[in-house]
Write a protein of this length. Sequence first.
Length: 231
Amino acid sequence: MYDRTPPQPLTETELSARLRGLAAHGAAPATGSQARSRAQRRRRNRRAVLSTGGIAAMAVAAVAAVTSGGLDSPTRPAVPPPAPSPAPVQRVMVDLDAHTLSIDGRVFTIAAPASFCSIGETTVTVTAKYAGVHLQPSKQHVGRPGPRKWAVTFTDRSHHQRLLLFAMEKSDLPYLGQDHILGAIALAPADGKRVYDAVRPGARVEIKGRHAASKGSDSACIDRQPITPGH
């Protein structure tokens, strides 16, 4: 084997000469192939920059369009407003023993049904109101046939619409505060109109007293006959 001679360090003069040569080589003008290669690199770099800029601009435009509503987006179902609370049921209190009717804080004196012609219910719901209804003569010719003004009706257990309240005639005023009416409740003429105006269909009427739920003879109790609207 041959021993290799270790490399000799360069002198300062030789090192300076080599550095000057490298500097001169780097400053030398590029050849044609080198110039073309550099131009291609510059074009690729410009295209990459333009492409990246275009994508960024599109992204910004899309965000702006969505924010402003310019692009169609899935329609979210509208949240319905909360349902209003149901109105409380109007309550009407009838006391047959005290001969009073209470509605909306007002108290009226009534003529109550006779014990043999009671309403036959302790709780009813107002079905309808009529400015006037016409009653037919009873089979036993008991009571007064003809009109009943400011009539308020309910539906009984037999599904018949019947008188609940009406305004009595002036001639019947002596019976106010007594058990005299043949199957309904009567009020003074002026009070009958006030109650008619105040009570609402659907009102709950609570009836208490000695004979609120007792039964009577429909044939004898003219005010218990079924009501036909329009008559």
